[in-house]
Design a protein around this ligand. Structure first.
Ligand code: KIV
Length: 288
């Protein structure tokens, strides 16, 4: 049995950042991967609504429901009981009203055992952020490329390239912090914009996904970092181990060995004692 580790707290996360130690964060959607991530010492796990693409095969995150999120987040919690766990509010789980936002954020905490929730957007969602934080639920904001608004943003592309759009991201980050977000994820913004946001953050941790090294920590999508998403590989994702290639090769071996009758081998099946077998044959003969 692997040794249980101590779960970080919010103040532990701030302490880590203050000591200049980057916070490690990965997405995860299932029990066995959560188990491995916790064993590897990942600080935080995000059950992202990206599971719509990585696990359910949709072309976007938009069809993902709260029930999908709760099912996957609960499985991840069972695999990683001692890791900071964040539930990602799916499309239309917080946009319709403040009340909807509080209710669904509460589901992540009560039904899936989350430590925090994440939602997308800047000043437009500050009333939701404030209300959820006031309900005692730690909130993480998400700026830059926000996949739920990919259509309005012109696709999955770098955000904040111009001075004007970068200023909006910096203003939105401050607004989220003032509304009560304790952490903000910057996805696909230029490194210098991420640095400016990080330098301006007073009581808020800034995390980078494809936004350079100047944040308090890094997030990657697990499937991108381990070669498990066949449709495309974003430039920001380094492949740390090509698990996809290992699994594909194993699958080819399975098909080959079954086809060639080299699997199963005697160690893969169970025998029966001669005495019992002979008695069985006698019983069958009596039946005839
Ligand atoms: O759903 C998700 O995994 C996310 C990341 C893209 C940050 O929100």
């Amino acid at each position: 049995m692997a040794e249980q580790r101590k779960k970080l707290t919010i103040s532990g996360l701030f302490k880590k950042a203050a000591e200049g130690k980057p916070i490690t964060w990965l997405t995860c959607y299932d029990y066995p991967t959560a188990y491995m991530q916790e064993q590897a010492g990942v600080d935080m796990i995000l059950v992202g609504d990206s599971l719509g693409m990585t696990m359910l095969g949709y072309d976007s995150t938009l069809p993902v429901t709260m029930d999908d999120m709760i099912r996957h987040t609960s499985a991840v919690r069972r695999g990683a009981p001692n890791t900071w766990l964040i539930g990602d509010m799916p499309y239309m789980s917080y946009q319709p009203s403040v009340e909807t936002a509080i209710r669904n954020a509460g589901r992540f905490m009560a039904e899936a055992g989350c430590d925090a929730i994440k939602l997308e957007g800047g000043s437009a969602v500050c009333d939701r952020v404030r209300a959820i934080a006031d309900a005692g639920i730690p909130v993480i904001g998400h700026l830059g490329l926000t996949p739920q608004s990919a259509s309005a943003l012109g696709g999955f592309r770098l955000q904040g390239k111009t001075a004007e759009t970068a200023k909006k991201i910096i203003d939105d980050a401050k607004a989220l912090e003032q509304a009560g977000a304790f952490m903000i994820l910057l996805e696909m913004v230029p490194d210098r914009v991420c640095k400016l946001v990080t330098e301006r953050a007073e009581n808020c941790l800034i995390m980078s996904l494809g936004s350079g090294p100047h944040a308090h920590g890094q997030l990657l999508i697990y499937h991108d970092a381990f070669g498990l998403y066949p449709k495309f590989k974003p430039r920001m994702a380094k492949v740390f181990a090509d698990a996809g290639a290992v699994i594909r090769s194993g699958l080819e071996s399975y098909v080959k060995e079954v086809s060639e009758k080299t699997f199963p081998a005697p160690e893969n099946w169970f025998g029966m004692a001669d005495e019992e077998y002979n008695e069985l044959i006698e019983l069958l003969e009596e039946d005839q």
